[in-house]
Design a protein around this ligand. Sequence first.
Ligand code: GLA
Length: 385
Amino acid sequence: MITRIQEIHRLQYGPAADLTVYFSPGRVNLIGEHIDYNGGYVFPAALSIGNFGAFSPRADRCVRLYSENFPGAGVVTLDLDRLDYRKADSWANYAKGVIRELQARRPFSHGFDAVVWGDLPQASGLSSSASIELLFATYLNDAFALGLSRPNLAVLCKKVENEYIGVNCGIMDQFVIANGKKDHALLLDCATLAFSAVPLDLKDHDIVIVNSKVKRGLVDSKYNERRAECDAALAILAKSVPVRALCELDKPTFVSAAAGLPDVLFRRAKHAVFENARTIGAAEQLNQGDLAAFGAAMNASHDSLRDDYEVSIPELDRLVELALEHGAIGARMTGAGFGGCTVNLVPKALVPAFSVGVAEGYYRSFGLLAEVYVAAPSDGTRKVA
Ligand code: GLA
């Protein structure tokens, strides 16, 4: 893909002396869902699939952006001093937001020509947008010697997503994409951003991602609704216990303080508190090599996301059922929900039969062709050529 993206860059912009290529991964979350914005622990991994970017500097203050994934959008041409959000600029808004945020610290001396090309399925819950944000942020941080650390780049990209793009996401996606480590998952405390890389010693098991091919339609409105419900539950709980984020509560404290919560708020807050405990436990179980317990925690996470947090959909529930019927020892939806993917822990020897069995069963139930990928946990965003 590196040679090919260099070639696309040359075809779009002509020969460039100073051409560099970066790769930015997608991510899959193993467990710890919908708790990054509640101050909880999450356990994601960066993937070997993602977005490549080829970049060359220019002498003037012009920026040209082209994505091989959105050829219809053509080359978006910008001025470094005029970077307002424009719907018509589609994917290029992610790059524009990052450029603008970085320039708020120190204006760039010149522009650049960029080509993006990725093998991450779009709108599938594997964080294509955060991947593109970090792709540009990492290149620009290097090209202009801005000296920002990887965690700082992640925080900056989250700010772009929240304020420029207008999606109220938490920190998980940007953080793991910036800081991922090959063959590891990151146990990240979203309250402090302290993290550790945990070796994914999966003993003859693979992490298998199944794409439901249901595009995440309602996700933005429902995501914001869940965030608001968590805030409402927190405000009620804070009247009786000193607490600033739901995941500060342990299970017994939550249970004894929760009597006054209306049913829906109780279930939302319960998911956050129990999922946080499950995630900390699951990382420990993995450390101890107890894969069966890790898989059981994944299953319990899915049940909670389906029944208490209500962010799953029948298609994802069916994929989880089929996964368990076809040999997975753990299966759950991953990401924001309302479409996208499931993540499954599958004995390596069963992966071929698993892939066929799940895809066939899913087609029979919904008439949709699921896609199956074996995940290879990889390093965070980096220069590759
Ligand atoms: C999306 C958001 C993340 C996180 C997940 C749910 O991916 O971008 O911040 O909240 O949903 O865990």
